[in-house]
Design a protein around this ligand. Structure first.
Ligand SMILES: [Cu+2]
Length: 159
C-alpha cells in the first residue's frame, strides 16, 4: 500500500518540525543565573586575647618585648574586644594610635589585665604600642620601649 504524495509530504513536514524542536531544545541555554552578589558579611565582634611578653636570658630581665598576636585584622564596622594581659615584670600601657583608645598602666608581675572595646570604624593600618616611657627606677617599661609595636589592620568592610 502506498501513501498519497500529500500524506508523505505531511509526514515529512511533521518530522522536520520535530527535528527542529529537538535541535532547539538541545541548543537552548539554561535560564540566566542571577549575578553573584558580592555582599559584605555583617560586622562581627572580634574577641582577642593579647599578651605582652618578652624574651631574654633565664633569670635576667627580658630584653625583647612583643605582643602575641602582634597583628589584628578587622573590617570596618567590626567591634574589637581586646583583652590585654601583661606577662612581663615591668609596667606597660597600650594605645591604639588613630583611635584614641588605650589601656591604663598595666602592672607587671603578671598582674596587669584590662579589656578595651571599640568599633573599628576607619580603614587603614594603625599601630598599637606601649605609651609608658622607660623608667627602670620605677619599673616602668623596658629599654626596648620604642620597638613595642603591633599593628591593627582595618579593611574596608563595605566591599
Ligand atoms: Cu612598655
Amino acid at each position: 500500500m502506498r501513501s498519497s504524495p500529500s500524506a508523505s509530504s505531511a509526514t515529512a513536514a511533521i518530522l522536520i518540525a520535530l527535528a527542529a524542536l529537538l535541535l532547539a531544545s538541545l541548543s537552548a541555554r539554561p535560564a540566566a543565573q542571577p549575578a553573584l552578589q558580592a555582599s559584605a558579611p555583617p560586622p562581627a565582634t572580634l574577641d582577642v586575647d593579647l599578651i605582652i611578653t618578652g624574651l631574654g636570658a633565664a633569670g635576667e630581665p627580658a630584653t625583647h618585648h612583643y605582643y602575641n598576636p602582634s597583628m589584628i585584622v578587622a573590617r570596618t564596622g567590626d567591634r574589637l574586644r581586646v583583652r590585654f594581659r601583661n606577662l612581663t615584670f615591668a609596667s606597660h600601657g597600650i594605645e591604639f594610635e588613630g583611635y584614641g583608645v588605650r589601656t591604663g598602666v598595666l602592672p607587671g608581675g603578671p598582674r596587669g589585665l584590662e579589656t578595651v572595646e571599640f568599633v573599628a570604624d576607619r580603614p587603614g593600618v594603625f599601630r598599637f604600642k606601649c605609651y609608658v616611657p622607660y623608667d627602670p627606677a620605677a619599673g616602668m617599661c623596658s629599654p626596648d620601649h620604642d620597638t613595642q609595636i603591633g599593628y591593627l589592620v582595618v579593611l574596608d568592610g563595605s566591599r
